[in-house]
Unconditional design. Sequence first.
Length: 271
Amino acid sequence: MKTQATQLNAVIGYPLSHSRSPMLHNPVYKRLKIDAILVPFSHRDVRALVAAIRALPIHLTAVTMPHKQTIMPLLDAIDPDAKKVGAVNTVVNRQGKLIGYNTDIDGIRYALRDTKLRNRTVLLIGAGGAANAAASAVRKAGGKLLYMNRTAKKAQALRKRFGGEVCSEQALNAEAIDVIINATPLGMHPDEKRIPIPERLLRKGQTVFDLVYNPPQTKLLVLAKRRGARTVSGLDMFAVQGLRQIELWTGKKIITTKLVETVKRNLLKSL
């Protein structure tokens, strides 16, 4: 029950119809007996959203597309890891100072915890904030990065930051790719029939990780499984990045395998 003491948190982006952040955060607040509520704030203009964060004030903000990079110059400080990645998905309001973090990195590491990356060729599709986090995780694990994006200039920016090669769809073949990571919104509800790469690039023995979590089994994952690949749903990543946001805000360590699985079960009910 909301009271005058209830702290206001938010998820910001445009549009926000896809976001399930309230379904992740609010049950966890209740479980941890935190008097807070997370609500969606959708607006094209990131400056207007940051002004609202300061004025209301909003204590914890989850940042989603398309504001993960454009919000950065508007913050008071940015965590070094988020600065390296070049994207922020979390803002904590500490006594009026807005501090930016990137918990997508934590979520991606968790999702790929059973995937061997060292000396493996990883095809990364997309070049936005989530792609930057994925490239950082792969590089730290010793993977070889291939970038594919509809805007070559953005893919080149990733290459400069994290190393690797930019490639075209036509130049690729399935045998040369060990891991595929989709960091684009292609296949997200309600446009569930789209896939980010041709089916010919999928094969047995690959690991295919789709950061899209709604639906939990995207068309890309269904086709990959059919071809004998191991698949990783974006639900793992989404659950852990959200729980890490709560840790940064509260200063309490809450992430356990049991809690991650509970969060995933709750999210599945809303998808």
